[in-house]
Design a protein around this ligand. Sequence first.
Ligand code: SF4
Ligand code: ZN
Length: 738
Amino acid sequence: MSKLVAFAAIQGGYNIVSKAEGKLKRAIDKYGPKQEIGFPNTAYYLPVIYSLMGEKVETLADAEPVMKRCRALLPPHVKKDCHTPYLGPLLDAGIAAIFAEEISEAIKYVEEPDFYQPSVEDPDIENGKIWLGAADDAIMRKRGVEFVDGTAPGFAAIVGAAPNPEIAKDIVEEYQKKNLYIFLAANQNGTTVAEQLIEAGVQIGWGTRIVPFGPDISAAVFAVGFANRAGLSFGGIEPGDYKRMLAYQKDRIFAFINALGDVNAEWAANAAGAINWGFPTIADTDIPEVLPWGVCTYEHVVAEVPHDQIVARSIEVRGLKVTVTDIDIPLTYGPAFEGERVRKDDLYLEMGGGKSQMTELLRIADMGAIEDGKVIVKGPDVKDIKKGDTLPLGVFVQVAGREMEEDFEPILERQIHHLINYAQGIMHIGQRDIAWVRVGDGAIERGFSLKDIGTILHAKLHQDFGRIFDKLQVTLMTKQKDVDELTKTAKEVYSARDDRIEGMTDETTDTYYSCTLCQSFAPTHVCAISPERTGLCGAYNWMDCKASYEINPTGPNQPIPKGEVLDEKFGQFKGVNEFIFKASRGKIDHYNFYSIVNDPMTTCGCCECIAAILPSCNGVMTVDRDYIEMTPCGMKFSTLAGTIGGGLSSPGFVGHSKYNVCQRKFIVGDGGFFRMVWMPKHLKEEIKERIIARSTELGDPDFYDRIADETVGTTEEEILPWLQDKKHPALEMESMLG
Ligand code: SF4
Ligand code: ZN
């Protein structure tokens, strides 16, 4: 090993530790030893120190012994006439540097409380607040799980700056394409990759997997801290078990460092520190290499890699497996873009979402009737419109194949949402006839046209479900008349699908199904789907899950043996509890199927409707996604979804499908269907027939006219007298809150 590297890294270790010591001393003088320190909203203290040493640093005083340990870890300086043939001293210097940096960053939170933006996913670029600092636990749980389940193959920690914004953009986009996270820290003479990306018009933040941690090299510790917390929470590693932690990192978290620009002693110390984790450094400059293998899977430090090769070389050196299949569209494509939004200012074209009708339908076809890979666009396309326009859109997918069954239609159809969302610059929300697509300026500049939607669906559905069909053809309609026709057919098909379970009850089967499709947005969320409790997005019922399991036995829909009935009234089952405990990774250990008051089922952001208790009316209201005005519970749908849609059980609120409202088990533990006192007029009209059928069954055929809507009022005070006047049955029921 080169003496030069050892010299630089050890020197850097000394610098970093000395600086941190000074900073700690000044902070104690100024704030006193009892001053609390730590990162916001985390249960993991200073995560690197906590995970490796088992020490809980909560105050400045707690940091002192750790600081002493750092000093003790520093190896003797490298002497001119003697070799340092071992990696050992280098690794120690590196660890000392990383511990010291974690303390420095924690003190920074005290000294400059506004510097980082805690608990947000996206930086506030307009106000120049671009640094996010340590991820809080909510973000870590949501994102960290992706490293464990393979959605994100790893992360690239980029320190420094590229020679220009274009190069920065190229490198980062190539990582995004491969679904890696990109963590940014440090600067090169005051320039940072984060700022270069902003200049090049790249959207940064957790949503696009490009995370600007901080402008100093010490901010690299946030990347390491993130990785260690993943080890603590998903790897089940005990704090202080540094051996298992570091082995876990090397084997499970595929991370590496890209050093862009001149590598100084402090960077070298960080690179040395990262070797402990098995994270190699790949640099664009001519620095001494550390080629022999040993701690990392392959080389430890690789130098002078040209920018157009740095991504490929990094992946190779870290031993990372990424699979990308090219799809012939002008946009970058992959799960990294799933969370990306298209904001109002960048909006070029909008389809659905209340502005126009958008409908998605997938149907089985005869083998001879369609042509595989054919995409037909009927009506105006991107070239025929201008920025700011809206179009109606019908997405009609036809599939044929010997293994294809009608029962599989909804499963394939439900994929449209994330498959379209994976395209950079395109945002997709919803499903069925409440779908919504936004196309950003960036996508148009790259040459996007509607045909690309068909190309994506053809390529990806083949890739994921090719086993069950042979041919797939897509028709995209943008003429109002065609879209209306498709919508009419689609509604009939949807209701026929919904009705297939009409005769079934929860008691007639011992098997329910899970759906974990939404865990990429809401990591703790599990829909447990029984015949009388359909998936809250409205797109999956019990039959669909059964079919989905048949197609893909290791997929997101697994059978759940419901087991012992723990609570008949509220609908709680032992087998379900055990399943959700595992599937939520220990975060949720039980919930009730038939209650909004007592531990209701978890909710994710794509539910069709959200019900909420209205205490003074002794009942509940529900609101669907299309109703954007205020509701009597004091919140709009968007606020409700934002508040409870993160995958938690929120007593008083529950997400559900439109269909579920009139299913017999709807909140039956709390009094059932007759608790419904308010819903938006258009929703009421949409499900009118089923409301009447259900209330007739319950002995009150006129109940439909007793449900208030926005024409009656949008506050509890406004609707209560009306409900009294109409003799709404909820007012006679026992108190909802017990
Ligand atoms: Fe599955 Fe539930 Fe998400 Fe629908 S809302 S896709 S049923 S997890
Ligand atoms: Zn969801």
